[in-house]
Structure formats: structure tokens, C-alpha cells
Design a binder for this molecule. Sequence first.
Ligand code: PLP
Length: 439
Amino acid sequence: MDSSTLLEPHTVVGLPTAPHVITRGEGVRVWDTEGKQYIDGVAGLWCVTLGYSEPRLVEAAAKQLEKLPFYGSFNHRTSDVTVALADDLAALSPIPMGRVFFGNSGSDANDSAIKFAWFYHCAKGRSHRKKILSHHRGYHGATTAAGSATGLAHIHNGFGIPLPGFLRMHTPDVLSTQANGLSDEEFVDWLIDELELLISQEGPDTIAAFIAEPILGAGGLVVPPDGYYDRVQEVLTRHDILFIADEVITGFGRTGSMFGTTEFGLRPDMITVAKGLSSAYLPISAVLVSDAVCDVLARGSQEIRSFGHGFTYSGHPVAAAVARETLAILQERDIPGRVRAAAPVLTNALDKFLGAPLVRDVRTYGLLGGVEFDAAACGMRPGEPGKELVTTAAEHGVLLRFAGDTVVFAPPLVSTDADLEEMVDRFAAAYRTFLSAHG
Ligand code: PLP
């Protein structure tokens, strides 16, 4: 199918080849224009948690479209379903969060949380606190502020971001060269020393917030070592730096808990969510804001008689109705419990690649998996093995993504054991093809 009019996101503009066009989905499978069937090993973009044919979500959208297709949430007027979803999310939150702000994407949720951190510090008379800390290889989106917080060069190149004041911390990746020869504990000590150094060089009273994913997703499925976030939080609290947990991937069951915050014992001031909030059936995101932060926002807002932030589609009623139904299904079917039961199936299947030729590492957590390749051993440049492997995987009937040299798995959370095994079998076939070319 021709694409001369579509400016494709995250794609080199003007490629001579036609894009791969998907036309239909059912369960954990999708079909393209040629009628070829794929297992979707990354749930769209880590988001279609309930699979492609959940009738309850379709019905929730249809009912809301008939009742009230739109009402906005500006100027103290909103819709009933928007208010109800805020209540649902506040009740589901892993730690007490008094208020919920709605947006349309993970990127705008993170931009919003960053702006809220700025507003918070301004309201406290500390408008000099503007800098934002984030991980090298963290992914927080592509908008101006979230893209600046993102620690991946390909998101910055050509756009002149990051903006000034976005500070980069080391990736808590136990495979990194900095971790060479260190125990996990020693590596955490080193990371914390580096963080303290960065904060003291920049000046603690210039830093507004730290934003981080519990598990780094698009940066290559990095699971931080035990105790890392405890230590980071101790430093943040000491310096009065706000903590924004980006749960855009890890929220709503992916890790085996409803939130990664619970898994990693986080105590964030704000949590951002999107993707799984509606199983991606409609675009919606949210920022969960703690009472302590909200109190300050309210004080500051009343002083200046304004809180000039929000989008036309903040809390869109149809997206909110679908999100409410998604949350109901996640709880009724105990989807996090299902993830805990399915996780060993994914781990066992992927662990077969441990020690295999050209493979550097295998990592899994809940229904997230990553097989990292050694680009040098493949005789390739960094990033090339993953790219070729996901192309070959598609030829073998499984859609995957690559992040650096890591091939990433994030299947729908409703995948059966047989679906997971078939997904990895299809990837194994692709791996054998790759190995015969590069091994
Ligand atoms: N944060 C994380 C952790 C993500 O993985 C993503 C997208 O993959 C985003 C934010 C940005 O979300 P969106 O693409 O909906 O703007």
C-alpha cells in the first residue's frame, strides 16, 4: 500500500519502500494487507494488553458515543464518566494519590507531570528549581519536554533537543561497562555516588524532579538492581526533589502487579500512565498526583487565580468509558495474577537463548522479555542485529521490536501459555535464520 501522504512517526522520512500495513486483529494476532497472520509479540506498542477483540471495550465505547460523544473538562465543567474514571484511578493507585489529571498520550502525561513539578516549585517560591533528572536510555516520549527527558539520541537528533536543564543519570544496567567487575551492591553504591555528585555540581536547589521508569522499556528492557530505587529515593527526599514514576509501560499488570511502583517499592509524588489504561483501544493518559503536591498546586493556583494547563481531549468521555471498562476487566479477571502465572512460561522459553551464539543476555520480568545480542560478535554495528532480527521475525510470523541490541517481547497480557510458546518458537526460527547469516 502506497504511503506518499503519510508522515510516518519514528520512521526515516521518504523511504522508497511501502510501509507494512496491518488491517485486522483478533486475540493476540493481527493480519496484514497480504492476509499474512502474525502473533503480536509487542501488543502493538506495548499497549494492547487485553488483545485485539475484547467486546466489552467495543461496547463501552459504542454506548458512550451514543450517550455523550464529547464534553471537555475546562473551566470547572466536565463529564460524569471523566469524574468516575478519576475516582477509579485514585482508588486503584498503588500509593495514595489525591487527584488525577487526564491527557491523551504517554508523552503529554510526562510533559504535564514536568510542568506540575515546575508549578509546584514556583508555588513554593522556588522558581529556580527547573532542572529535570532522568536516566540515560530512559524513554519518556517525544514531545518537547518528555523528549528532552528521554535519554536516547535518536529522539533528539535533528530536533535540537534536549532543552537546557535536562540532566542525565547513568543507566542502572548491570551489563554496562561501569558495572564491570562490581557486585550489584557495589554498582548501586557507584550509581548513587554519581547521582550525588551530579546533584552537588548542579546545585540541589536548581533541580525540580526526577523522572524514571520502574523498568526501562524502549532503552532496552533494563531491570535496575535490587535496592537501587530505595537509595535513589533517599537522595531525592533529602534534596526535596520530586519523583515522577513513568508507568506508561509498567502500569496495569505488565509486571505481575497492577503497578511497577508496588513491585519496586516506589514512593513517587506523581505517577504517569497511558497505554494499558485503555488497552490502547482509545488514546488516554493520566497523571496521578499526590495530596502533598496537590495542596501546593492548589495554593499556588489560588494565588495566581489560574492553572493554565489542559487539553481539549483531557478526560475525553469515550476514552474514559473504555478506560473504566479496562480497569474493571483487569480487576475482575485478575490480569496481574494471570501475568504472574504466565511469567515463568515466557522466562523458560526465552532462557533457552542464554549462552546461545551471538546472544549477550536474556532478561524477563512479568510479561516483559528481552534478548540482547552482541553486535560485535555478529560482525555488525550497534543497533543492527536487533533491526535485522525483528525484520526476520516478521517473516517468521511474529511482530517484535528492538531497543538497541535487545529484541523486546511485551505480548498482550491475555496471551495463553500456548500463545507465548508459539511466539518464542517463531522468534527461534528467525534466530536460526539470523545465525546462519551471521554466526
Ligand atoms: N513513557 C514510556 C515509558 C513509554 O514507553 C512511552 C512510549 O512508548 C511513552 C512514555 C510515550 O508514550 P506515547 O507514545 O503515548 O506518547
